[in-house]
Design a protein around this ligand. Sequence first.
Ligand SMILES: Nc1ncnc2c1ncn2[C@@H]1O[C@H](COP(=O)(O)OP(=O)(O)OP(=O)(O)O)[C@@H](O)[C@H]1O
Length: 671
Amino acid sequence: MSLSYYLNKIRGSSTEATPTQAHGHVASSVGLRSDFSTILGFLHNSYVGSSLKLLVLGSIVETGRRLFRWLIDRFGIQYCTTIRFSQGDPAYEWIVLFLVRLFVLFANTTVATNSLVLQTQENVWRRSREFTVSASNSRRKWAVRAASDATVKANAEYVPTYQQPQLFRWRGYWVEIKRTGNVNNVDSVSPYGFAGHYPGHGSSIYITIYTLDMNVLSELVEEARLRYLEVNRPNVVIYLTDSPQFGPSQVWATVKHKMRRPLNSIILPEGVVDSLVADAQEFLSTENWYIEAGIPHRRGYLLYGPPGTGKTSTIYALAGALNLEIYSLSLASNFVDDSYLQRAASAIPKHGLFLIEDIDCAFPPREDDEDEEELIALQMAGGRRRAPRHGARTTRSMVTLSGLLNVIDGVGSEEGKLFFATTNHIDRLDGALLRPGRIDRRVQYELATPPQAHALFNRFFPTARFPDPVLIPTVEPIFVPIQPVIISTAAPTAPVELDAEKISQQVLDGPPLLTAVPALEDASLEATRPPIAALADTFAAAVPSGEFSTAELQGYLQGHKTRPAAAVRGVRAWVASVRAERAESERRKEERRAKTEQRKATLAAAAGGPGLGLQGRTGGLPVEPLSAAAVPVPVAADEASAASVNGVKGAHVNGNVEKSASNGVVNNNTE
Ligand SMILES: Nc1ncnc2c1ncn2[C@@H]1O[C@H](COP(=O)(O)OP(=O)(O)OP(=O)(O)O)[C@@H](O)[C@H]1O
């Protein structure tokens, strides 16, 4: 086909010549001159001309761009600054919250306090046309609100998932945001709702600001941080460790937000909580003193005592009161070893509260657990492995005592970090851990005392919600004895003094509640109840001292949320049933212990008689002494004695008298 044919086609020649016709035409034309004019005509065609212009323009732009880049690289010219936020770092949370439209709980506060930021966020996220919808849950607090109507129930969250860089204006500067991370993993969702970008190596956010002024950058980060604090004011932020899925440097990958708990909701002997708060407050405000005195600016606290007595709750309430973020780690996690612990501790920012729960699991177990472990070792040697008894501590922490001590010594030596540890078994702890400088204060928690039961009852049934009823006689005074009837409406006549305590006792002593018709029975019981104060006294007197944890009492009262009189009426039966349960559980434990002993003896006999040591009987299975014993840590005589006497009320430790929290005094090693 000839060129003229196609040129004609492009020109839109009305005479549609076939290739053969065109060939004949060319053959009969004047040749070259005609072709040249055809090419000129081709160039004048609007499509081709425009394309060529674009081609030239594009080349110029690209050359210019390359020249610009070359100049920038050659002379090191800066025109923008880029910062990277990696998941697992607290700053990542600040920036995510800064970028994501505030949702659910705090929307109103935000509009009022930071409309500029909110506007920016809306602009950024509104462009997203790709969302992951997920049912609201407590981990994801922020996402895009689907409906503009604030009254719409927030049962679903619409989480932007786009990956493309987004450009927006912030305080007059152009800012570009970009995210990286594997988009395929949609199961993993950040606490703030970035769905689908949390793969093996985590997600990063890059923010590029088109300015040379570094201050703008730090202002943006500071604004993000302040905003984060503002939004989280009603919350305590708790960072938790996760299996190291986000890479070795990202240890605090999970974030939880708990509503702040008022200090006065912690029911402990008077002065204990206040004293702890004052101590921590003083520590945080005396950094210079520590520097001048050459003492590492760190402070360690150990809260110990039975489960459910309020150790963790105290720490959360304290962190809320002092605006501290909690970095909580469990030594029992199977991915936490010495190096992980070290990385976790060093990633805690200044004024962070480092919390290690159940710190005893880094130490050798008690005798009964040892029995269990020895049995398992024997069974493994015999080729029979059975499931460990429920609750038995068969896996010990991978953290060694020396690793733990190194971390505690290093925790914020200059950074003002608070270290808190909790344990239910202080007797398992090594004296080296308990020495001042590592643990500076110890607080003993005990099972609930009557005053605590009283306070708990009052907390459950505040008089504001359960006003004192007015006691009036209902029958003619001549018919004695007078039966008191209590009504909760305003008194039509002057109230008659009645013995509330006596009536309260009658409530307690009354017949057991019929579970078949509780509603009817409760209604009459509550309608004739005495005032809350009298009921609280009766309740506290009916709870045996030092036998139940506050958590257990709380659990019982929760079953009677709106029925204080029923709570009093049922407390004796509850005490009896818990005692019976415990006795039964103790009996089963004894049985198990006896069986374990028996099996041990049988297996030992089968493995070669009682003369063989465990090492021999396990066929060379390593039976290493565990952390504390394995690590040669010098323990001062007073520390050793401290360890041995801990848990005993009034024990003397390092020359100081340790008193239990229930006595209202907290032991202070350094004072
Ligand atoms: N002294 C207390 N004051 C107020 N609430 C308490 C107290 N003790 C326990 N509770 C309640 O019991 C529950 C468990 O308390 P918490 O977790 O603080 O106990 P714990 O001593 O840390 O237990 P564990 O040793 O098992 O970790 C919480 O809901 C808490 O509100």
